[in-house]
Write a protein that binds this ligand. Sequence first.
Ligand code: FPP
Ligand code: MG
Length: 335
Amino acid sequence: MTIFADMITLEDIRKPVTAELAAFDEFVERQFTAEGELLSDMLRYALSSRGKGIRPTLVMLSAAMNAPVKGASLGRRASLAAMLVEMIHVASLIHDDVIDEADTRRGKPSVNARWQSHKAVILGDYILARNMNIGLQSGQFDLVTHVCGSMAALCEGEILQDDCAANRLMSRTTYLDIIYKKTASLLGVSASAGALAVGTTRDKVSTMRRFGEALGMAFQIQDDILDYTPRNHAGKPACNDLCEGKITLPLLTVLEKAPEPRRAELLDLLGRCHEDAASVERLRAAVETEGGLQTAAEVMHGYITRAVEMLSDYEDSEYRSALVNLCAYVAERDR
Ligand code: FPP
Ligand code: MG
């Protein structure tokens, strides 16, 4: 099976489920409303600055590929599943920006920058509360249970990450645990919720979960690699993770191979990154020249291969091809 084609775009990947994604947008528009002018404004802002929509796309492609009868992915259950995962994601980023004191998200002011942190916290809570409400009122308890089970994992990942950054301590096992919890679990739940929504077998729901989880591991590792990489053409790398004291896979692989004095030196540099741009640049350059980005990319490709293998039991279809392309997109994306 060939994995990599040239320049795959998300638009191409979404194409087979255009109608499903339109139904999902309409579902959210209709269901996700707020009381009061301020809360409505904030909610509208949060929903209109949503990102690439990878999770809803994953839900719908999985629903369509697993549908026992054609058209099942156009039903209300698939839209509900996509809403449940996407809103957990939206709320978690609003809270993440409060925690990281981030002023921008996707080039626009973050909710906390625009309305202050305390309101952003409440907006995130409100989105989670509405999500749960809409889910429970729909009576589709299997989907609500399945998707909302991942919320605790997100919190566990975030706390563990924070604790590790504060102590400048990291191991390969802990890193993988963090990215599993903060990212892979929700992508696993997205892929499997799509399958569950259309009523396929338990085995297939479980295969889709493992597919989504492997894709999610690769997605977060690529995110961590991109943090070290220059933005756009002329831009500088963000190196936000180093500034926040986070040890992600590129630095971790360098630390793993470094002899003790060098390791201490690198960790000392990391300790200075919070307020010293020169230390950030020295550490970034060390990670690059000592092969950290390349080793991390190899690990990422291992997860991509694993994800693609999960699809081998499915017969060829435009949905399966789109999921294979999504794997390639995640591995190759530069933003
Ligand atoms: C973004 O990662 C953040 C996450 C994937 C998870 C954040 C989770 C929480 C704040 C816990 C709250 C949970 C719920 C259910 C509301 P990143 O910081 O690596 O990426 P970024 O560069 O986009 O900020
Ligand atoms: Mg963040």
